[in-house]
Design a protein around this ligand. Structure first.
Ligand code: ADP
Length: 426
């Protein structure tokens, strides 16, 4: 910036400019005195900037003004420092025009303008940075609060589940004893029906409590896996057998296709994977109207096996496709809750898919859903994809020996290997 001639012509109008700005901004005697001091300091620094040609002389007062912003200013985006600098420039120009000769006024305005532009630019940038920092901190605070909330929710689930488990065990024990007494006494069939009702109810409650415990294990990264060699095809076959009655009672067709990978040996926790596939498959049954079909298929990918479970059910709208994997992420009506587990649309507490995702992710896999949308009339269906990594090692070395691969010099194709050596029945 060019050096201004000394002494600065700003001196001549400084007092009037300060008076104008004070009138515009400062209310109250106390505020006025301190504000006047600051404006005087600004002009001293402007003088120094003009005489040295270096606008950076203004930096200190710009920082002070920007940093004096209150929380409300930051929240509401008040640009106080920028506003003040603009007002100072306007007052300087107007006072120059009112008090100085035309040429002198023009000279002064042109001289000070680059310094005010510098100050305004700097103030605006700093104010923006401050606001960004403020919001970044706010977001971090909110995230912390949410995490705390989630932790207390998960603690609550864990405590509630463990507290419920003890009385539930008592109910189950006494129901069993009552059953024995009733059988021995040859009581009439009606009493047996009532007893059966109690048993079904407590089994369902036990299932919910177990789900709550699983959720808290997953939330606290405490789900431990008992890794063993397994074949996905075997788990799926077991599921078909166990769910056959339900599938038939709902007049559904369940097809489990042979796919490349279904007979490939991988390491995983068979019980947990059974639970994960059970949840997805029972959902497919629950959310498909009677007469519909469910197809389980899959493929082998480099390093992974993918299993797909496709139903001709009511579908899931795109905005809910992530939400359903959250705990309590059930959709639809709460009044369907207590209905039978496998009845059409018989809702549960909304923990199943969250547990499933926890199990799959603990195996290093991933799960997602694809569906055109939710439509109970058209039934566009849903496809759940489960991707599981092909682990090469069992945790326990004795298991490795037990399930050693066949002679590596025996060059078979993958398909041959699958159908011959890795079959669960082999
Ligand atoms: P729930 O106990 O309610 O079945 P889940 O976690 O298993 O809980 O499922 C969450 C929600 O996802 C369900 O309430 C349902 O709305 C939706 N959902 C899950 N699977 C399907 C499916 N195959 N078709 C349609 N909706 C589904």
């Amino acid at each position: 910036m060019s050096r201004a001639s000394l002494p600065s012509p700003v001196h001549k109008i400084r007092k009037k400019v300060i008076r104008r700005v004070l009138g515009e901004f400062a209310r109250g005697v106390d505020v006025r005195a301190s504000f006047e001091g600051q404006l005087n300091r600004f002009f001293v620094l402007l003088d120094q900037a003009l005489s040295s040609g270096d606008p950076a002389w203004l930096d200190s007062i710009i920082y002070d003004w920007v940093n004096s912003a209150t929380q409300t200013d930051l929240e509401e985006g008040h640009k106080n420092a920028s506003l003040l600098i603009t007002a100072l420039f306007t007052a300087t120009s107007e006072t120059a025009r009112d008090t100085l000769a035309k040429g002198e006024a023009l000279d002064l305005i042109l001289t000070v303008q680059p310094y005010f532009t510098y100050a305004l630019d700097k103030a605006a940038r700093l104010e923006l940075e401050n606001r960004l920092t403020y919001f970044t901190n706010e977001i971090a605070n909110v995230r912390q609060q949410l995490e705390r909330l989630d932790r207390s929710k998960s603690n609550f689930i864990s405590v509630a589940a463990h507290e419920l488990k003890t009385p539930l065990t008592l109910i189950e024990g006494y129901t069993a004893m009552l059953g024995d007494v009733i059988s021995a006494a040859g009581t009439d069939a009606h009493v047996h029906t009532l007893l059966r009702g109690i048993r079904i109810g407590s089994e369902r409650l036990q299932q919910i409590v177990d789900d709550m415990i699983d959720i808290s294990l997953i939330d606290n990264n405490m789900l431990s896996l008992n890794l063993q060699p397994l074949w996905i095809g075997y788990i799926l076959e077991l599921l078909r057998k166990n769910l056959l009655e339900t599938v038939e009672s709902r007049h559904l067709t369940l097809e489990i296709r042979e796919f490349l990978g279904s007979k490939t040996r991988l390491y995983g926790d068979p019980e947990r994977l059974y639970q994960a596939f059970y949840n997805v498959l029972t959902n497919a049954i629950k959310y498909t109207p009677d007469g519909g079909s469910i197809v389980i298929d899959g493929r082998s990918l480099p390093g992974f096996v993918e299993v797909t479970i496709t139903d001709t059910g009511i579908g899931i709208s795109p905005e809910d496709q992530e939400l359903i994997f959250e705990k309590f992420g059930r959709l639809g009506r709460a009044d369907l809750h207590s209905s039978s587990k496998l009845k059409f649309k018989g809702g549960g507490p909304g923990l199943g898919l969250s547990i499933t995702r926890g199990i799959i992710e603990a195996h290093g896999g991933t799960i997602w859903v694809e569906s055109e949308g939710y439509d109970e009339v058209r039934c566009p269906g849903s496809t759940f994809h489960i991707l599981l990594p092909l682990r090469n090692e069992a945790v326990d070395s004795r298991l490795v020996k037990l399930f050693q691969e066949p002679d590596p010099t025996n060059q078979e194709t993958d398909v041959q290997k699958e159908t011959q050596t890795d079959s669960p029945s082999s």
